[in-house]
Design a binder for this molecule. Structure first.
Ligand SMILES: Cc1cc2nc3c(=O)[nH]c(=O)nc-3n(C[C@H](O)[C@H](O)[C@H](O)COP(=O)(O)OP(=O)(O)OC[C@H]3O[C@@H](n4cnc5c(N)ncnc54)[C@H](O)[C@@H]3O)c2cc1C
Length: 565
């Protein structure tokens, strides 16, 4: 790894000089080629070193601080140091104490540290493994050194936003260049373009697409946008956590599996900057990273994943199932899993809708957050997603204001998030507030916010608005035979088995759990009636549904065939 002139710094501070020396020696031995490890045992001297590094523009990757320094608590030191080096990851050095009183529990809950290291560390290898992970996370947030793509466009143009979002979600290193900058004009000229049509995508090998549609982007990245398969065992519709997990299990258990996804893999989870409650990741994991890994795993087991391929219909003639694609093609499958999740609800303010992608963003703060540096931004919503987005944005923005319709966050948001928000100085929460209008032509400039108690309206400057207000299940494309309640798909015991409705269950046997009102068609994840709306539950559904699908294919279908019509 080369970082221009100087190696990025790993900074260690603790009162105990022996701890600092040992840690510095261990880390230098392992990471010294790429990182400069600096150790300090005095707060004053430590802050002075960090100030000098900031002044000379030297990057700091990790700030590792003992949890109790003589002059101040470790978290306070981390806060001061982080002001100087906002991109550094903060690590608290704590005694081995797995009780709820350990200082790391509160520090993580309040977002005062990103990671921890327990002392004494038993094996050097353990230390190397965790520090490698922290450094990899830090490196992820840096400008890519190798640019697979360059995007030339105008930041306020919705097409440019869509393109950058897609590349971010595919985890593709790219650099954005303003079309009207000198460099942008030069790059366009080098491709014989005048910039009248943007955005332009240039791959490292020179392959160039002007104003690309999603399928062109997917293909340029090297993923598949065409299905090539006419028959298979199972079609999975949707590549969020539920669909991807179902694909891992289906393919690994020998089923010929096709996944059809309207956009890119990851679903809603893919747009979540940090998921803290997914088991196995004590410091949290980005939803994007989690789903990217699952996607790769499904592919390694042999699932055929097709992106940018919306499914438009489903028919079930004579026990088989036929999935209709929007391009007119069909795929026949022995079973189908619907994992299409939910779409974010819209605010329904026309001028806001016109600015979507140009300062107004639905359901995601991931790819735009860094661009909010020093700006005033707003988040509408009161659920966990809104809370997480606000916290993520607060790392970059000058001020984040949450606009909440109800009088309190308590009923809609997890307690740990509420506490983190209260502890974050640049987040304000405005309760009983509605966004009723937006201002700006090219991009969002201001909002009109109404106070629901007094009825008074106020115009506030806003660089961006992130809307996270829940959603509608994505089931409009399904036939009437699939029973639904408020759009959510009924499965298992919830399926109504009598009555004259076209969607009643047609067989004597009861539907299997997760089976819909059409035998052999299953539903998994958020789209299911009474689903939990968590990544882990979607993953659980995805794993469970394959076991049920085997039961359907091996026992139920045989019995039904033997019994005849
Ligand atoms: C910002 C944010 C933060 C969140 N944070 C957390 C958290 O911290 N912890 C947690 O547990 N949960 C969190 N959630 C909720 C979690 O992401 C969802 O519960 C989870 O993603 C549901 O997974 P799913 O596979 O059922 O559906 P989704 O993730 O919604 O995936 C559905 C997929 O189906 C595709 N699709 C839809 N219609 C079609 C069609 N007709 N044809 C083809 N494809 C289609 C969609 O494009 C999408 O990719 C968060 C959600 C968001 C948005």
């Amino acid at each position: 790894m080369s970082h221009g002139m100087s190696r990025p710094v790993v900074f260690v501070i603790d009162d105990n000089g022996a701890v600092v020396r040992t840690l510095r020696d261990h880390l230098s031995r392992r990471f010294g080629e790429d990182f400069r490890v600096i150790g300090q045992s005095s707060v004053t001297a430590g802050l002075s070193v960090l100030r000098d590094l900031a002044a000379s523009g030297e990057p700091v990757a990790l700030l590792i601080a003992g949890h109790q320094l003589s002059d101040m608590p470790g978290v306070d030191f981390l806060a001061r140091a982080h002001e100087l080096h906002p991109l550094a990851k903060r690590v608290l050095l704590v005694e081995r104490d797995y009780s709820a009183q350990s200082p790391v529990v509160q520090a993580m809950t309040l977002g005062q540290a990103d990671y921890h290291i327990s002392m004494p560390w038993m094996l050097e290898q353990d230390l190397y493994r965790v520090v490698s992970e922290f450094l990899a996370e830090w490196a992820n947030g840096q400008e890519a050194e190798f640019e697979l793509f360059r995007v030339i466009g105008r930041r306020s143009d919705p097409g440019t936003h869509e393109l950058r979002d897609l590349l971010t979600r595919f985890n593709v290193p790219f650099r954005f260049v303003e079309a009207d900058s000198e460099q942008g004009r030069r790059l366009l000229e080098s491709q014989g373009l005048d910039g009248s049509r943007a955005p332009v995508l240039i791959r490292h090998d020179g392959y160039t697409v002007v104003d690309p549609v999603a399928a062109q982007i997917v293909t340029a990245i090297g993923a598949s946008a065409s299905h090539e398969v006419e028959n298979c065992d199972v079609v999975i519709v949707g590549a969020g956590p539920a669909g991807l997990t179902a694909a891992v299990y289906a393919a690994s258990e020998g089923l010929q599996t096709v996944v059809l996804e309207e956009s890119v893999s990851g679903g809603q989870a893919g747009s979540s900057p940090m998921i803290r409650n997914y088991p196995g990741f004590p410091h949290g994991i980005s939803g994007h990273e989690l789903t990217r890994r699952t996607c790769e795993q499904a592919w390694m087991f042999g699932a055929h994943l097709v992106f940018s391929q919306p499914v438009a219909g489903l028919g079930s003639p004579r026990g088989d199932h036929v999935v209709q694609l929007t391009d007119g093609h069909q795929i026949r499958a022995r079973a189908v899993i619907i994992a299409t999740g939910i779409a974010w609800r819209r605010l329904g303010v026309p001028r806001l809708e016109a600015l979507v992608g140009s300062g107004v963003f639905y359901g995601s703060a991931g790819s735009e957050a860094a661009a909010m540096e020093g700006r005033d931004v707003f988040v509408v919503g009161a659920g966990n997603s809104a809370g997480q987005a606000a916290l993520h944005l607060a790392r970059y923005a000058r001020q984040v204001t949450m606009l909440v319709r109800s009088g309190s966050l308590v009923r809609s948001m997890s307690d740990y998030l509420i506490r983190q928000i209260e502890a974050t100085a640049n987040i304000a929460v405005r309760l009983r507030a509605d966004v009723i209008d937006a201002h700006g032509t090219e991009h969002l400039e201001a909002l009109t916010v109404r106070d629901r108690t007094s009825g008074g309206c106020e115009r506030v400057s806003a660089a961006a608005l992130f809307v996270l207000i829940g959603g509608e299940p994505r089931t409009q494309w399904l036939p009437d035979t699939i029973q639904r309640e408020q759009g959510y798909i009924m499965t298992g015991q919830d399926v109504v088995r009598d009555g004259a409705h076209p969607s009643r269950w047609p067989l004597d046997r009861a539907p299997l759990p997760l089976e819909t009102s059409v035998p052999g068609v299953f539903a998994a994840g958020d789209v299911r009636y009474r689903s939990i709306k968590r990544v882990a539950s979607a993953v659980g559904d995805g794993a469970t549904v394959i076991r049920l699908l085997h039961e359907y294919l091996t026992t139920v279908v045989l019995e039904e065939t033997a019994a005849g019509p």
